[in-house]
Design a protein around this ligand. Structure first.
Ligand SMILES: *Cc1c(COP(=O)(O)O)cnc(C)c1O
Length: 380
């Protein structure tokens, strides 16, 4: 049941002077038709909810096959935390789309941001000032979104901080403040409430007057915010939602639930078993693992158990974001280059050379796209 032969041929690749056959495994399989359906469903829902979806591309390194699906289905705004991904997108789609930098900018990024008309999120008066000065020098206009802190303890102006400094903010003549933005459930797992949006709305209304900008919008993220549209009949006063997890995984990890209007399982990791033996780790005198983490000593199951070593590791995947099809197998952990499974309870007779397949979550997909050791397989 867990053996798959996908019939891919192994292509020799030249490394230095040597022609080698690069391993086919491990690979990340990307189901483009599932993603396409999710993107289309999301577009429909958002238009019913009078909400503009902003596609966050940092989770898959702005991979072109996926961003093409987004662009072709009408996504008009892309957001990423890495400027190199945004530049890649601008090269591909030009200025028919808009681009947001959703990590606070580093000083040395300001020129590139202005030259490429990227919209950054900013949370410090000093940085607004720098954007204003640079924009003046370059005779460019700078559009920015003000990041607002709403409880996650991550980035953003405190509302009172912004209002106390409003004279200075208003004096930045070469800046257009297009919106205010917030993020929740990122660092501290704080979930959005309707009151979160009421506070943002009241701040937005004040800023609209101060800034003489009736179009100032509210931008929220990430996927955790969708619950507000599912729970309330009156659409909240929000212009855009920045999301990645929703269309990639059809889930909302902040509530450990699937979004039932979307599909799950668009990403899988497949890798090969390279050792299978019964093992009992020595429980005397334990230190820390290879990553400096404390090791749990389990007192039950204290007898040799069948373990499979799989040729994929933390360099390529996140072992807490991998879901195995065989429920009787548990993931014990991973080192940088092995994933270790406990197969003692399984009905299946795993053998050396078997391929094992896991559904991949956000953390795994993120690493797999960044890892040169993981092949990418697209299925239509
Ligand atoms: C990553 C990120 C998002 C997207 O979050 P998801 O949970 O993947 O939808 C939105 N906004 C900001 C600022 C982010 O960093």
């Amino acid at each position: 049941m867990f053996q798959v032969n996908l019939g891919f041929s192994r292509l020799p690749v030249k490394i230095g002077k040597v022609l080698v056959v690069i391993g086919l495994y491990p690979f990340l399989e990307i189901n483009l038709s599932k993603l396409k359906q999710n993107i289309e469903t999301l577009q429909k829902k958002c238009s019913q909810w009078m909400l503009k979806p902003v596609a966050v591309t940092k989770g898959f390194c702005a991979d072109s096959k996926i961003t093409d699906l987004l662009y072709d289905s009408g996504i008009q705004t892309f957001a990423d935390s890495n400027i190199s991904n945004l530049i890649k997108l601008i090269d591909r789609y030009g200025h028919k789309a808009q681009y947001q930098l959703i990590r606070l900018p580093m000083k040395e990024e300001i020129d590139v941001i202005l030259e490429n008309q990227i919209i950054p999120m900013v949370s410090q008066i000093e940085i607004l000032n720098l954007f204003n000065q640079k924009a003046k020098q370059l005779h460019a206009r700078s559009s920015v979104i003000l990041a607002i802190e709403t409880g996650d303890g991550r980035e953003g102006f405190l509302p009172e901080e912004l209002l106390n400094n409003i004279d200075q903010v208003v004096s930045f003549n070469d800046l257009t403040i297009v919106g205010i933005g917030t993020s929740l459930a990122c660092l501290s797992g704080v979930l959005p409430q309707i009151t979160t949006l009421e506070k943002l709305n009241s701040l937005r209304n004040q800023l609209r007057i101060f800034l003489h900008n009736p179009h100032l919008f509210i931008s929220v993220g990430g996927t955790t915010f969708f619950s507000l549209w599912e729970e309330y009949s009156q659409p909240p006063p929000v212009g855009q939602i920045r999301c990645g997890e929703a269309f990639l995984f059809g889930s909302d990890i902040s509530r450990k639930r699937n979004l039932n209007w979307l599909q799950q399982g668009a990403f899988h990791i497949e890798a090969e078993i390279v050792e299978i033996k019964s093992k009992l780790p020595d429980s005397t005198d334990r230190g820390f693992d290879a990553f400096g983490r404390a090791c749990k000593i389990s007192s039950e199951n204290n007898y040799p158990r069948k373990r499979a070593l799989v040729a994929v590791g933390l360099q390529d995947i996140d072992d807490t974001q991998l879901f195995f099809e065989d429920r009787n197998v548990t993931i014990i952990g991973a080192t940088s280059n092995y994933l270790v499974l406990d197969c003692e309870e399984s009905q299946h007779d795993y053998r050396i050379g078997d391929l094992v397949r896991f559904q991949a979550g956000y953390g795994t997909v993120l690493r797999a796209f960044l890892s040169p050791y993981i092949q990418k397989r697209y299925i239509e």
